[in-house]
Design a protein around this ligand. Structure first.
Ligand code: UDP
Ligand code: MG
Length: 317
């Protein structure tokens, strides 16, 4: 027998979950026809929902013991929800996917084939269009991927979704990365393994609305850069070097001008501008260092990544 764990992070998804459950059961059924040895478990992570998500999940579990769940004590974010799903999973293979049907279950058979028959450790999906997404968001997303790939050694794929299947070995290596500031897209790139990429067209969510505001995405992008690159830390060094060089040339210029023409340099406003500029650059660099220091501070506290209020394992015990 082979067990597939499907991990689904849910934040206020009461409308979407019934559609999702129906679709994934359909896929599971058709896959068990092709591969009779297959078994499934569906792990829903309730990421501190304030609507009826939890009762919808418990309703599903009543009739289907393949449904398991972890309910967080508050909203810990999608990254924490994925981590919790990995922790609780028991499967030989693990699939992570969204509850809103933006990750088409129909791709699952191909993904399973990649890890069982084609010798891959993982099969991941990326969308090749961003249809239905606000224009400005697409522009920023593209810029972010270009930037982070230039700055970091972790290979981060543009348009990659968190929809992927992995072998147990890969799951265990992700679980061994217990960092508090999690950026899954970077973690996948960092741990390596052989990944097959499956492409599909963007699908719009079936019900409910997106949980990611522009600001939340922006902070997530900064998190990714700080988590997987130390290049911003060297900004101060380069700024400093350039500034010293420029001012050295400036001093030479003033001395020569004085010797040749004998007139003193005039104008204090230019001086004030230069001072303000340098002060600004210094503050900026201190801010960058502060960002890293802040993350280091949080890491050093070794707080848990999530806190579960209730899990389906409680009743099994
Ligand atoms: N999600 C979550 N915690 C959060 C934000 C989102 O568990 O803090 C879940 C959400 O329920 C969904 C998935 O992560 O299943 C993706 O979120 P969403 O569809 O809102 O993002 P988008 O597809 O618009 O990028
Ligand atoms: Mg979505």
């Amino acid at each position: 027998m082979a067990l597939i764990s499907v991990v689904v992070p849910c934040l206020n998804e009461q409308e979407a979950i019934p559609y999702f459950y129906k679709a994934i059961c359909e896929t599971a059924r058709s896959m068990s026809v092709t591969w009779p040895e297959l078994d499934f478990e569906f792990i829903f992570i309730d990421d501190g929902s304030t609507d009826d998500t939890m009762s919808v999940i418990e309703g599903l579990r009543k009739d289907d013991k393949r449904v398991r769940f972890v309910s967080f004590s508050r909203n810990f974010g999608k990254e924490a929800a994925l981590f919790a799903g990995l922790t609780y999973s028991r499967g030989d293979y693990l699939v992570t996917m969204d509850a809103d049907m933006q990750d088409p279950p129909a791709l699952l058979p191909d993904m399973y084939k990649a890890v069982t028959e084609e010798g891959y450790d993982s099969a991941a999906t990326r969308r090749i269009t961003r249809k239905g997404e606000p224009f400005i968001r697409s522009v920023f997303a593209r810029a972010f991927y270009r930037l982070i790939n230039r700055m970091s050694s972790a290979d981060i794929v543009d348009g990659a979704r968190d929809y992927r299947i992995m072998t147990r070995r890969m799951v265990d290596s992700i679980l061994s990365m217990t960092e508090y500031n999690r950026f899954t897209k970077g973690i996948y790139g960092w741990i390596g393994f052989k990944t097959k990429w499956i492409e599909f067209e963007n699908v719009e969510r079936i019900a409910g609305e997106t949980k990611w505001s522009f600001w939340k995405l922006f902070k997530y992008a900064i998190e990714g850069i700080i988590g997987f690159s130390t290049m911003p830390l060297s900004i101060a060094t380069w700024f400093g070097l350039c500034m010293s060089l420029i001012s050295f040339l400036g001093i030479l210029f003033i001395i020569i001008k004085k010797l040749v023409y004998g007139d003193p340099t005039s104008g204090w406003s230019s001086l004030v501008c230069i001072m303000l500029l340098i002060a600004g650059i210094q503050l900026f660099c201190m801010g960058v260092i502060g960002q890293y220091l802040g993350k280091t501070y949080l890491e050093s506290k070794k707080r848990p990544i999530f806190i579960a209020k209730k899990t389906s394992d409680d009743e099994e015990r």
